[in-house]
Ligand binder design. Structure first.
Ligand code: HAM
Length: 419
């Protein structure tokens, strides 16, 4: 029988590395929480139509990368390639925009894109995202960027940069579009590229082929067409970022891979990763909610790539491979099978008091059990034999220093609560 394997190109996390994944994800979420964002938990599959209308047919994500299938009822279903469209669908469907604005939500979970797998690019990957819907304030643009930046700094990341642009409002884009289409019409393009350009001419800025990049060198830039209002908003965002010491680089050629963006758009890029260096990105989306049948509210958000942020942390040497992040307080060993029931009960009582502990299972000799204690990464260990049960005292060993001290078993929890 052939050996079962995970599908090609998916990321998965198991111990011991999973604890670093967990730490990264928690740090990203915590930064959203402390900024007033609340959880929104959404389905991982939606009607295909949502992504076609929400993300845009000119994008690679929709035209090439969706996991789409027919369900048993004959409906076309797609595994979510991103989170923003689903959030908008839910906000509209559940009337969340009738409550206080802006609606501020965070999400975390798996996303799916049928891309060619490579380091840092997976077919199932993980994002932590936030969306703030219903306010045009440039202060919200600042807040969203700051949530990501704060999390990166909290993790200890240093080698990353923030690329920033403004994709303007509808008026800015309309006047730019005329000149851009005029410029593109003079280029010699293959039919597929031309088709994409007709759907969204901005896509050509994103084309990675050197000949297209070169052809686009003299293309008119959206930044030069910003309306007075877009310009003022963008200036305010930059002013707020500078005041908060968040460094950024203006990149007028950045268009982002999804069609819904308007106004402020940004990408965080790690300088320690190879080709797949985008560790997060986002921006404002003025027309998305109305396009999906809701009221005409603007929103802004980001999606951060948990997989890539973990890789960036590792590349920067942030996690010492010998350190355990989620360290147990205590590991308890029964000297012989006779003390196992006592130890089981002791461990259970300690856990009831909130002390993290584990015990040795199986009939291992003391040496094997001590090895298990070592591997568990617990800060302390204690061996319980018949003598210890009789006297009520045992030696609590500090696993780092190797030193032991005599403690009362019934008061063992005090050692940890005091610590
Ligand atoms: P995105 O730029 O397509 O934006 O994805 C955000 C992040 O997800 C990327 O910067 C990257 O770190 C990660 N990512 C994307 N694809 C992959 C992949 N195949 N493998 C590993 N990581 C990946 C969005 O998804 C928007 N929904 C963000 C947003 C929210 N904009 C406004 N609100």
């Amino acid at each position: 029988m052939s050996k079962l394997q995970a599908p090609k190109g998916v990321s998965e996390y198991f111990p011991p590395r999973s604890q670093y994944f967990e730490l990264v994800r928690e740090t990203l979420i915590e930064s959203a929480r402390i900024s007033g964002y609340q959880l929104i938990e959404l389905p991982v599959f939606e009607d295909t139509e949502l992504f076609k209308r929400g993300v845009g047919e000119s994008t690679d994500v929709v035209s090439k990368e969706m996991y789409t299938f027919e369900d048993r009822g004959g409906r076309s279903i797609t595994l979510r390639p991103e989170g923003t469209a689903g959030v908008m669908r839910s906000v509209i469907e559940n009337n969340l925009d009738k409550l206080t604005l802006p609606v501020k939500v965070w999400y975390s979970g798996a996303f799916f894109r049928a891309e060619r797998p490579q380091a840092g690019r997976y077919r199932q990957f993980y994002q932590v995202g936030i969306e703030a819907i219903g306010s045009n304030d440039p202060e919200v643009d600042f807040e969203v960027i700051a949530v990501a930046d704060r999390a990166f700094k909290k993790l200890g990341l240093k080698s990353y940069r923030l690329d920033l642009t403004s994709l303007g409002d509808a008026a800015s884009r309309a006047s730019h579009r005329v000149d851009l289409i005029n410029f593109i019409s003079k280029l010699e393009l293959d039919s597929a590229t031309l088709e994409r350009a007709v759907l969204n001419p901005l896509r050509l800025f994103d084309d990675k082929r050197p000949e297209i990049q070169e052809a686009m060198l003299n293309a008119p830039l959206l930044m030069d067409y910003l309306s007075a209002e877009s310009k003022a908003n963008f200036a305010k965002v930059q002013e707020l970022l500078s005041a908060a010491d968040i460094a950024y680089t203006i990149n007028p050629r950045m268009v982002r891979g999804l069609d819904y963006y308007t106004g402020t758009a940004f990408e965080f890029v790690s300088e320690k990763l190879g080709a797949q260096s985008g560790i997060g990105g986002g921006g404002r989306y003025d027309g998305l909610m109305a396009d999906l049948g809701g009221s005409d509210l603007s929103g802004i958000g980001f999606g951060l790539g948990v997989d890539r942020i973990l890789l960036a942390c590792e590349a920067e040497g942030i996690f010492d491979s010998t350190s355990n992040i989620l360290r147990l307080d205590l590991f308890v060993i029964a000297l012989s099978p006779g003390e196992k029931a006592f130890v089981t009960n002791l461990v259970n009582e300690l856990r009831n008091k909130g002390i993290s502990c584990d015990m040795a299972y199986g009939d291992r000799a003391l040496k094997g059990a001590m090895k298990a204690a070592d591997k568990s990464g617990a800060k302390f260990s204690v061996v319980i034999g018949a003598d210890e049960i009789k006297s009520g005292n045992a030696a609590l060993k500090d696993m780092k220093t190797g030193e032991s001290k005599e403690v009362s078993i019934s008061a063992l929890s005090q050692e940890f609560i005091a610590n």
